[in-house]
Design a binder for this molecule. Structure first.
Ligand code: NCD
Length: 301
């Protein structure tokens, strides 16, 4: 598989996705044996200019489990960006210090700019309300562990903030490669899926109907992205639109899975966590082997 950077879910072919799934499964086995040394002496630069726990720490853990090292910049206030440095300059420098970069930015499209100036591979760890391609791969990996994706009909419902939530943008693109996948977008109108990510044949609704609840194989819930709303009044109007309680989740099929990229705020009650459908912590755990696979591919290790 030829891959220079990971910038958008658009870049993956079906065979790339299959390859990443199988390399991730291999990495999961390697992890069980304590990791490997294939990235010995290599350094990951993690530049995170928006809050992050899972994405940054799983990128860093992935590099360390491959035997590599990590340098991080996690607070934009302590970064030269605050002195007025442009991303192009930062990336040139960090690309000179490290072998691979993971970057999260506040603005859509900045990972692409970073890649243009970087002498080393760049992985987009989330660009504003744009995309989150590495998350979509761990999401795909999680779905593939529970369902025979591409071989039989699969109903996937995205619920929550589909406008500003970048994970759903990338995952919708990835899932379109698989036959039999039917996508439903459930969100209030003001935060519905932008049309650049929808296609004829998708189901769009403003309420979580019992039909979607009872028939979906995957429900992918998301957080209302408060920080991206321009109008706080609109945020307050929609923030409690969908709350997953044990009663609601109990209506899902027993084979169905409830996913969420995390962090959750109040949209999934903690009392749901022990239910068999709840897979969001397992999903977050999958970030490590999937990011190990991506780092190894990009570094040709
Ligand atoms: C998501 C993100 O940052 O886009 N989190 C993550 O990376 N797992 C989702 C969110 O912040 O709501």
């Amino acid at each position: 598989m030829e891959m220079q950077h990971v910038l958008s879910a658009d870049q993956f072919s079906r065979s790339d996705l299959n390859h990443i799934l199988s390399r991730s499964a291999e990495m999961e086995e390697i992890l069980k044996k304590g990791g490997s040394k294939i990235c010995d002496g290599r350094i990951l630069g993690a530049l995170f200019y928006e809050p992050s726990t899972r994405t940054r720490l799983s990128f860093e853990t992935a590099m360390m489990r491959l035997g590599g090292n990590v340098v991080s910049e996690t607070d934009v206030n302590f970064s030269s960006i605050t002195k007025g440095e442009v991303i192009e300059d930062t990336i040139r420098m960090v690309g000179g210090y490290t072998d691979i970069i993971a970057i999260r930015t506040k603005t859509k499209g900045q990972a692409n700019i970073a890649a243009q100036y970087s002498p080393v591979p760049v992985m987009n760890g989330g660009d504003g309300a744009g995309e989150h391609p590495t998350q979509s791969l761990l999401d795909l990996y999680t779905i593939a562990k529970h369902h025979r994706i591409g071989d039989e009909p699969l109903k996937v419902a995205f619920v929550g903030d589909l406008k500003y939530g970048r994970t759903v943008h990338s995952l919708a693109k990835v899932l379109r490669h698989f036959d039999g996948v039917e996508l439903s977008f459930v969100a209030p109108e003001v935060i519905q899926m932008p049309t650049e990510y929808t296609q004829a044949g998708d189901n769009v609704s403003y309420d979580l109907s019992s039909e979607i609840l009872q028939n979906s194989d995957v429900i992918y819930d998301t957080r209302m992205q408060q920080e991206r709303f321009e109008d706080m009044e609109k945020f307050r109007e929609v923030r409690d639109s969908f709350i997953f309680t044990p009663e609601i989740v109990g209506q899902m099929k027993s084979s169905a899975i409830l996913m969420h990229p995390l962090p959750r705020v109040n949209e999934i009650k903690q009392s749901v966590d022990a239910m068999p459908q709840a897979k969001y912590f397992e999903q977050a755990q999958n970030g490590v082997p999937v990011r190990m696979a991506l780092i190894a591919e990009l570094l040709k290790a």
